[in-house]
Design a protein. Structure first.
Length: 256
């Protein structure tokens, strides 16, 4: 994806407020002529970054938002007004309600622990039930999604009869050093080049994500194992820089 398309897509996302990962995705994908799954991944990453940017600004005004809640506004309504994730806002408000950090965390895992405030429990159930970014359930779902993507790459390698160590093998001490998802026992010849490892990311490769991946992981794999492949499952920007590895998406491996 080129940068102009990416920034236009982000701008279109602004027409669909709130923190629903799927909100507006179909409309934006159709308007920008982009795949639905890539557009959804971009929205998810955009929302997470926006919440980080606004975190302290919202936290500093938690007392004001607590008063609004006491006056009848719901957590979801306040969150939409201030453009912040409802689940994270609820954490701030509960601290103003004199819940400890520990108790707040426990309640977020089990709202039945709220015994004397039916309104609070009902609102928590509502926002937790539709959250796709900041609950234990949503984190588990994201982790499972990543695992499914890795399983597909394992199948792809198995069909080519390419032997490999998995990340679990590496962590168990089979090989020392940093741990790519797949370290190939012998170099793989693909499109005229040879590769020694594959790293899978269940994300869209934008500049921010790629800087983190390169600095913390991928550059180390190049140092340890030589040339490899970085797979951004939902596509990537065509301006990304790579040094010692090739960037692709799943479609370039023949996967849908």
């Amino acid at each position: 994806m080129d940068l102009d398309t990416y920034y236009n897509l982000i701008e279109e996302m602004g027409n669909y407020p709130g923190y629903g990962v799927h909100s507006g995705v179909e409309e934006v994908a159709k308007k920008m002529d982009q795949p639905y799954d890539s557009t959804r991944a971009i929205r998810s990453q955009y929302l997470q970054r926006k919440s980080i940017k606004n975190h302290y600004k919202v936290k500093d005004k938690a007392g004001l938002y607590h008063k609004q809640w006491q006056n009848g506004k719901t957590i979801a309504e306040i969150a939409l007004d201030v453009d912040f994730p409802p689940v994270l806002l609820a954490n701030f408000l509960m601290l103003k309600m004199r819940f400890s950090k520990k108790r707040t965390k426990e309640i977020m895992k089990n709202t039945n622990l709220v015994k004397k405030n039916k309104r609070l429990k009902d609102e928590l159930d509502e926002i937790l039930g539709r959250d796709e970014l900041y609950t234990l359930r949503s984190h588990d779902k994201q982790s499972a999604e990543g695992n499914r993507r890795e399983d597909k790459i394992a199948d792809w390698l198995d069909k080519k009869d390419i032997k490999y160590f998995t990340e679990n093998d590496l962590r168990a001490g089979t090989v020392e050093g940093k741990t790519p998802d797949f370290l190939l026992l012998k170099p793989m010849d693909w499109h005229g080049d040879q590769y020694n490892w594959i790293e899978s990311k269940a994300s869209f490769g934008d500049e921010y994500i790629h800087r983190k991946n390169h600095g913390k992981q991928v550059s180390k794999y190049v140092e340890l194992y030589g040339q490899g492949i970085l797979v951004y499952w939902y596509g990537y920007l065509d301006v990304l820089k790579s040094r010692g590895y090739t960037i692709i998406d799943r479609r370039e491996m023949g996967m849908e």
